[in-house]
Design a protein around this ligand. Structure first.
Ligand code: DGY
Length: 353
């Protein structure tokens, strides 16, 4: 059997690149470590990299693997390549059994993984920080502008006759300026910092952030000020959530929080839907407690197509595309494969959790 029959994903690559993998034929497949990839539409470069050293099984569809299939296929594997759609908990680790040594998640967020359980069993876990910071910060700015300048609503006005009716109405389709505003960032980590850096170019007046400890770089480079969560809610014209989802952030955006915000405030979330009590957000948006929201993340995901948030003109929804550029997703995928390979080799992971 030639290499391309054995490794169909090699077919799109140059002869010299294929040559690097030619010797694989000489390996006995059963002596290679086994890795499960949970869907077949991950960037092929990462599949190839794993196939160069491992026996790789790829779930056959470009959609999240059903739980029962996952529990079945993970059995006996040495490595697991997963995404945010798979819950990695004791049940899954039990199903995998004692051979599982390394897990790579193609994400920076890891709230879908029970790290304690993995640690107890000596399984190393890696994620993909840094490489998606720019893409996610860019998308956050895009969502902020789409929400503050009402881009989705405005586009519809062209085809629904609204523009025809009012032509250049002086106050028609007016939004809120970023220039001169106070921005509050909840969670000034890598992505939050990237958002703040970009916002400087929009001539915002103040950047506030909340979190556990002061960030020296934030003060030095951005002149950002650490304030309490309450103070941030009270003072900000735009509240942007970039915090990780964990036990201290789950559900913190509830009615109490929205009520502390300005009635003119715009709320943006590109981190995790679980940080927001969605029912409370809906009430806040429909009763004028806050002005508008832009969400790239929701709970649940995918959001049901008829969810009531989809009916609100003052709520811009995106389907969790923060890191979705081809370059970023390819780099994330390769890093996921590298984490798994390092873990299988017993070496330090490029990005351990
Ligand atoms: C992540 O990496 O955690 C993102 O949410 C997925 O784009």
């Amino acid at each position: 059997m030639d290499n391309e029959t054995c490794f169909p994903c090699l077919s799109g690559f140059s002869a010299s690149r294929r040559f690097q993998f030619r010797n694989l034929r000489n390996y006995s497949m059963s002596s290679l470590p086994s890795v499960l990839i949970t869907r077949n539409d991950v960037p092929k470069e990462s599949i190839m990299l794993l196939q160069s050293r491992c026996k790789v099984e790829v779930w056959e569809k470009p959609s999240p693997i059903p739980r029962e299939e996952l529990l079945k296929l993970v059995q006996g594997k040495n490595g697991l390549y997963c995404l945010i759609t798979e819950k990695i908990n004791a049940e899954l680790l039990d199903a995998a059994g004692p051979n599982l040594k390394a897990i790579g998640t193609m994400s920076v967020g890891h709230d879908h993984i029970d790290l304690e359980e993995c640690k107890k069993r000596g399984i190393v876990v890696g994620n993909t920080p840094d490489v998606l910071t720019d893409a996610t910060a860019e998308l956050t700015i895009a969502l902020l502008l789409a929400t503050s300048r009402r881009l989705m609503e405005a586009t519809k006005e062209i085809t629904n006759g609204g523009w025809g009716n009012c032509a250049w109405g002086p106050l028609w389709m007016c939004g809120t300026s970023l220039s001169g505003s106070t921005i509050g960032i909840v969670g000034l980590g890598r992505i939050g910092f990237g958002v703040a850096e970009r916002l400087k170019a929009f001539k915002v007046k103040n950047i506030l952030y909340s979190g556990n400890k002061p960030k020296i770089e934030a003060t030095e480079k951005l002149n950002a000020k650490l304030v309490s969560f309450e103070e941030l809610l009270k003072q900000s014209d735009f509240v942007i959530v970039c915090a990780a989802l964990n036990s201290s952030t789950r559900g913190i955006f509830n009615m109490e929080a929205f009520t502390k915000m300005k009635r003119s405030a715009i709320f943006i979330n590109t981190s995790r839907g679980g940080i927001v009590q969605q029912e409370d957000l809906y009430k806040a948006l429909t009763t004028g407690i806050i002005k508008a929201a832009g969400l790239d993340v929701m709970d649940p995901e995918p959001l049901p197509t008829d969810d009531k948030l989809t009916k609100l003109p003052n709520c811009v929804l995106l389907p969790h595309i923060g890191s979705a550029t081809v370059e970023t997703r390819t780099t994330m995928a390769l890093l996921t494969a590298k984490n798994i390979l390092a873990g299988l080799d017993g070496k330090p992971l490029p990005c351990p959790l």
